[in-house]
Design a protein around this ligand. Sequence first.
Ligand code: NAD
Length: 358
Amino acid sequence: MTSTMQITEIPVPGYERVVKAVDAAAGLHAIIAIHDTTLGPALGGLRMWPYANEQEALTDVLRLSKGMTYKSAVAHTGLGGGKAVILGDPSRKSEALYLAMGRFIDSQGGKYVTAEDVNTSIADLQIVRRATRWVTGLDRKDGGSGNPSPYTAYGVYLGIRAALGQCVGSDEVKGRVVAIQGVGAVGSALARRLVEAGAKVYAADVNHERLQKHAKEIGVIPVQDAEVLSMACDVFAPCALGAVLNDKTIPNLRCKAVAGAANNLLHEPRHGAQLKERGILYAPDYVINAGGIINVGCEYLPGGYDEKESLRRIERIPKALKELWLIAKQQGIPASEAADHLAEQILAEARKTRPARR
Ligand code: NAD
C-alpha cells in the first residue's frame, strides 16, 4: 500500500516529543508521547480507544506517558517513559492499521518502544513488529518476554505482604482477608497466589461469568461489585479501573491498606492525603504494579531477556514500598507524594550526568 501518512509534531512543554500521525488509507489517527528518555528509551503500551476527539486522546497520552517515566524511574528499569494511543473503535481494527502504526513507531528511531495496553493484543503487536523492531512483550517464541500480567501480579502479591507487615506487624498472608476488585489477567493471578498462601480472598468483577469461574477454580469468594469497596478486610486490592479512590469511595473503605494493580488509582492527588487522614496505608500504584514493566525492561539486558534477573528485580518492590512509607512518615506526607518526589529526584540526579536524548 502506498503510504499517505502525515506526521506532525505537537509542541508540549515538559515533554521531549509528541507526534501525531494521520494515514487516511490505513485508517490510522494516532499520537505518540515521548515524555522523558533520560533513563533510557521511552517505553509504554499502545492503547486503542474511541476518544471523543483529539484533545481527549492527547490528554490521556500525556498523562500516561509521564506516569511511565515515574514508574520506570522508581523501579530502576533503565527505561524512560512514553505511550501511544490510536483514536478509533477497537472493534474495527485491521492489519493495515497496525502496519501503519508500526511505520509510525519506526519513524521515531527507537526513542519510543511499544508494548501491550488496553485493546492492543499480542496478535496486534505481532503485526506492528512487521513494520518496526521497537516492540516489546511479544511471546517467548518470538523472542519477547511474554505476557507481563503474571509478573505484575507477583509484584503486587509481594507488595501486599509488605503492606501487611506495616499494618499488622507480620507479612504472613495466612488467615488475612483481601478484597480484590477485578479478577482479570492480573487480579486472577494475584488471587491464586493469595489463596495458595492461605488468605481469605473476596472478589468482585463486572464479568460475572469470569468471577464464577475463578470462584470454582481458585476459591475466591464472590461479592457484589459495590460491596468490594466497603467490606471489612485487611487489604483492598483494586485490579480493575483507575480513579477508584475518590471522594465517594474513601469514606466507606474498611481496610487497613490499599495495595492493588490498577493504574492511576487516586482520582486526584489530594486523595492520597485523604487516605492518610483515614489512617489507611497506601501502596503507590506505579510502585507496586511495576512487575510487568520490570519484566519487559529485562528484554534490554545486555545478554537478552533473563527471567531470573527479572524476578530478582521484582522482589525489590517490597523494599521500595517500605522506603516510601518511611519517607512519608518522616515527612508527614502521603505515600503517593513521597513516590512522586522520589521519581523526580532520581530523574534530576540522572539528568546531571546524562542529559535527555533529544
Ligand atoms: P484485565 O482487563 O485483564 O482485567 C480487568 C478486570 O476488571 C476484568 O475482569 C473486568 O471485567 C474487571 N472490571 C472492570 N470494571 C470493573 C468494575 N467496575 N468492578 C469490578 N471489576 C471490574 O486487565 P489487567 O491486565 O488484569 O489489568 C488490571 C489493572 O491493572 C488495569 O488497571 C491495568 O491498567 C493495571 N495494570 C496491569 C498490568 C499488566 O501487567 N497487565 C501492569 C500494570 C498495571
